[in-house]
Ligand binder design. Structure first.
Ligand code: P71
Length: 464
């Protein structure tokens, strides 16, 4: 008897499980109570009350046995720790930058960079805002201007590189502000708020050329640059035979400086850095880090954290690892798309994003449909997700008006090396269940709004 050969599950994990952490399923009445107590904000839930935690991929990865072994090799000297030099070597080897300043996480690097490079009245163009990045630019007196391609704002548009910069938009910003008012161009690969969408190498090169012509530095947010490199390998002609590690290094070579939240790509629970080829910037950053973080050879981290990071960097660029990582995200996304559930296309690197406007078209954006949807998924199954819409976008720094972004999304963010295919199936089933009951969904009103990054601590009640 003959039968069709099943297609290969090419993303199967290149590791096996050595240690497990129990998780607990709660009851529906318990979850209803927990969500009300949390003010309908998934950031305010206790993790013990969560079954599958897709809030973020930040600091939630599982470390390897090699990384845990590195933890035991922590050199906890106040100054000149061996692990700092190992980290510096790894950053130079894989990302290519000459100088390194460690920080406790990404926003600390953004803070230091913004303080040094931005002056009041400056303009910082970038490929879509990120919450902490934009806030530090604003706190330093700058204004962020979005120059991403229009396709990025359309959840259904299948453009393969929705993280690309629109060069005409960038040129217009340079002409209007004058190059002297632009301390740097801020590039992220992949673009978190667009749905984990990559930038092409060709576009990065073009940005570099344009910036060079005006003597403007390029600063990379390298938080998920390994995932970006994988998409370049998969989608950009000429890169299919190259290793992800090689592509990453070329990508970074078109930039002068990077900030990094090492809690994502590099497979650690805490850590970050600022890396640069500019010796003057390095010296200033190394000096300022002692004011806010700690000595320049630990930047708010323990020696063991830096060792885990150095080892995580090497693991993160392995082709087998990154294929599995993104393969799992695509597995979940394709499941949902096959059922006709509205998600951002193409499927992103670190997460599947639900299009809450298409999900709940009857809830006006002023009643935060994505916030409501995140709560409804938690109530259904104990799966925790994150709002990435109007609540995250906050208010205009000058006018105080609420931003209502085109993208009103719920992010199902997949931690690296943590959950199984069966967990993904449970998530997909819950998302489908909530979709089938969508006509009954109701919006929210905000009853408490903190001043900075309101999405973390805002509280809501059901809109009447
Ligand atoms: C994510 C996070 C963590 C987060 C931050 C703010 C709001 C909600 C969740 C952090 C990033 C990031 C990029 C592209 C800089 C940071 C800050 N992402 N750039 O996605 O995605 O890094 O958290 O280490 O300070 O859940 P930090």
């Amino acid at each position: 008897m003959s039968y069709p050969k099943p297609s290969r599950r090419s993303w199967a994990e290149p590791w096996k499980i050595k240690m497990v952490e129990p998780i607990r399923m709660t009851t529906l009445p318990e979850r209803q109570k927990f969500l009300i107590e949390a003010g309908y904000n998934t950031f305010l839930l206790r993790s013990e009350d969560v079954y599958i935690d897709l809030l973020t991929d930040s600091g939630t990865s599982a470390m390897s046995d090699r990384q845990w072994a590195g933890i035991m090799l922590g050199d906890e000297a106040y100054a000149g720790s061996r692990n700092f030099y190992n980290l510096w070597e790894a950053v130079t080897q894989y990302y290519g930058y000459k100088y390194l300043v460690p920080t406790h996480q990404g926003r600390a690097a953004e803070h230091i960079l913004s303080r040094i490079m931005i002056h009041p009245g400056d303009v910082i163009p970038g490929n879509m805002y990120f919450t902490t990045t934009r806030l530090h630019q604003e706190l330093a007196g700058g204004t962020f201007v979005d120059v991403i391609i229009d396709e990025a704002h359309d959840p259904a548009n299948p453009h393969p590189f929705k993280g690309n910069v629109d060069l005409a938009k960038l040129q217009r910003v340079i002409d209007r502000a004058g190059p002297g008012k632009i301390p740097y161009v801020s590039i992220a690969g992949t673009v978190n708020m667009a749905g984990g969408q990559p930038q092409s190498m060709e576009n990065m090169c073009a940005v570099r050329e344009l910036c060079q012509a005006h003597d403007i530095p390029v600063v990379l947010d390298a938080t998920r640059a390994v995932e970006n490199a994988y998409f370049i390998q998969q989608r950009e002609p000429g890169y299919e035979a190259k290793k992800v590690a090689e592509i990453l290094k070329e990508y970074c070579s078109y930039t002068d400086t990077c900030t990094m939240s090492a809690k994502k790509d590099t497979l650690v629970n805490i850590g970050g850095w600022l890396a640069t080829n500019d010796q003057g910037l390095f010296e200033e950053a190394r000096n300022l880090v002692v004011v806010y973080e700690g000595l320049h050879t630990y930047g708010g981290l323990a020696g063991r954290d830096m060792e885990a990071m150095a080892r995580g960097i090497a693991e993160s660029v392995e082709d087998d690892h990154i294929r599995t990582r993104i393969g799992q995200v695509e597995y979940l996304g394709n499941h949902l798309a096959d059922w006709g559930i509205p998600i951002v296309q193409p499927i992103g690197g670190h997460a599947v994003f639900l299009d809450a406007k298409a999900y709940y078209p009857h809830i006006p954006q002023s009643q935060y449909p994505a916030q409501a949807l995140a709560g409804d998924i938690y109530t259904d199954s104990g799966v925790r997700t994150m709002e990435r819409g109007a609540v995250s976008a906050g208010r205009d720094a000058k006018t105080g008006e609420e931003h209502f972004p085109k993208l009103e999304l719920v992010r199902l963010t997949i931690p690296r090396r943590v959950y199984t295919q069966a967990h993904m199936d449970v998530v997909a089933e819950s998302v489908l269940e909530v979709y089938e009951r969508r006509e009954h969904a109701r919006g929210l009103r905000m009853v408490y709004e903190p001043k900075y990054l309101r999405f973390f601590q805002a509280r809501f009640e059901r809109a009447s």
